[in-house]
Ligand binder design. Structure first.
Ligand SMILES: Cc1cc2nc3c(=O)[nH]c(=O)nc-3n(C[C@H](O)[C@H](O)[C@H](O)COP(=O)(O)OP(=O)(O)OC[C@H]3O[C@@H](n4cnc5c(N)ncnc54)[C@H](O)[C@@H]3O)c2cc1C
Length: 399
């Protein structure tokens, strides 16, 4: 699958952070994680910390799948607002999903604090503005519901929004809990620490056949090597769909661009992560080197057309940004695009399917894919170590 265009910013900025060998012999381990993106790295880190012998394999270079393209806004807000999610999946599942997602932000902060790397991790507030006046009643319902379940937000009316952010829209939800990170560095940092705890990581190692045996799973690579494991975790991002008998993901193309560094340090109030109620939405955030990342303009284009549309999409995104912040000059420095998958209910798929014994899926789809990956790593660690996890059912395939 052509997951993304050639030059996402993180890869240009960081280059080759670490090199990993490809697999040249047959090996045996307790758990093999297929996929060395942010999801596989989080899973491996959690498994190593739980004392499980872990191997990670990736057919590309580590972190160079969708992870390299991610704009890495870490938000608890699920793509579908709580009041709509309740109608889709029922009150209990919706509320618990929001609570799990809310908790994943301090959880990822705690993980980041244990890693010895310049992750560009920062806690930030988030702001979701009303794209249209008609969105306001729903947003106010949303604030009331979130308050009821212990998620504190503030309503900024038209005046307050303009006063605080200089944005001319009819209102916005301001939330204090969100974060941002360099997802590519984070992936390598998680794996580096996993290696120190005994993990073995192989890139340029593609699994082409999975054979289930009574005592485990045998993985065959395209280079004719064999990995024998008791369990496997599929963390293949949007390429995981081929291992699942029914369609669970909807693919779109999405676009991102990053500005030249700007002179001012606080570009807007607390450099919050900003997004909107329209679907698809545009969003922006500020990096620590004072660039603005801007994304959105999703469509149904296939990779060749997607990459051709990059310049046009960058122009359109820039125009939208200047409508929002006429006083900030956004000069695009780099641009990229990629596939982006979502699910019908905005929730991820985590756990097992009957067709694949000893196999755990870690599929963090949607706009907050990375926060879902944190939850996936926790659930799978608990499933593998026999610990009860209250979130297991929420994101299961038979929810
Ligand atoms: C432009 C863009 C912006 C985004 N913005 C955000 C955001 O702001 N916040 C957010 O939370 N999420 C965002 N996302 C989504 C986020 O990037 C994804 O949820 C996340 O990167 C998925 O990580 P992953 O590890 O599951 O997948 P990947 O990074 O794709 O990793 C999967 C790995 O599996 C490997 N693999 C697949 N098949 C095999 C096989 N058979 N054998 C061996 N290896 C295999 C692949 O090579 C790949 O490296 C964005 C995505 C894009 C494209």
């Amino acid at each position: 699958m052509d997951l993304r265009s050639a030059y996402p910013y993180w890869m240009l900025r960081n280059g080759i952070i670490n090199t990993y060998p490809s697999l040249t012999e047959n090996i045996t381990t307790e758990v093999t994680v297929i996929g060395g993106g942010i999801t596989g790295a989080l899973v491996a880190w959690h498994l190593c910390n739980a004392g499980l012998a872990t191997v990670v394999v990736d057919k590309r270079h580590i972190g160079m799948g969708s992870t390299a393209a991610s704009t890495a806004m870490l938000q608890y807000e699920i793509d579908i607002p709580l009041y709509k999610l309740i109608k889709l999946v029922g009150e209990r599942t919706a509320i618990e999903s929001y609570k799990a997602s809310y908790q994943s932000i301090p959880d990822i902060k705690a993980i980041a604090s244990k890693l010895n790397a310049d992750l560009d991790f920062k806690m930030r507030p988030s702001l979701q503005f009303a794209s249209f006046k008609k969105d306001i009643p729903g947003m106010q319902k949303e604030i009331a519901l979130r308050k009821k379940i212990g998620i504190k937000t503030e309503w900024l009316d038209e005046k307050m929004l303009y006063k605080t952010f200089g944005i001319e829209k009819s209102g916005a939800i301001f939330s204090n809990r969100a974060a941002q990170v360099d997802p590519y560095v984070l992936t390598h940092a998680l794996l580096e620490q996993s290696i120190r705890k005994g993990a073995n990581i192989y890139d340029h190692t593609e699994i082409e056949k999975i054979i289930y045996t009574p005592r485990g799973v045998t993985l065959h690579t395209t280079e004719k090597r064999v990995i024998r494991s008791r369990y496997i975790v599929i963390a293949c991002g949007y390429e995981s769909q081929k291992y699942i008998p029914r369609k669970v993901q909807e693919l779109k193309s999405t676009y991102a661009t990053i500005s030249e560094p700007l002179n001012r340090h606080d570009l807007w109030y607390k450099n919050a992560l900003i997004w909107e109620t329209a679907t698809p939405y545009i969003y922006c955030r500020v990096t620590s080197d004072n660039r603005v990342i801007l994304g959105g303009k999703d469509d149904n284009k296939q990779p060749a057309a997607r990459d051709k549309a990059l310049s046009l999409k960058t122009r359109l995104l820039t125009q939208e940004f200047h409508k929002l912040f006429p006083h900030i000059i956004f000069k695009p420095d780099f641009k990229w695009a990629g596939y982006f998958a979502s699910t019908k209910d905005g929730l991820p798929y985590i756990g097992m399917i009957p067709q694949r014994p000893r196999t755990y899926f870690a599929l963090g789809f949607g706009g907050n894919g990375i926060t879902f990956s944190v939850i996936a790593a926790q659930i799978i660690r608990d499933m593998l170590t026999g610990k009860k996890n209250d979130h297991e059912k929420l994101f299961s395939f038979n929810r």
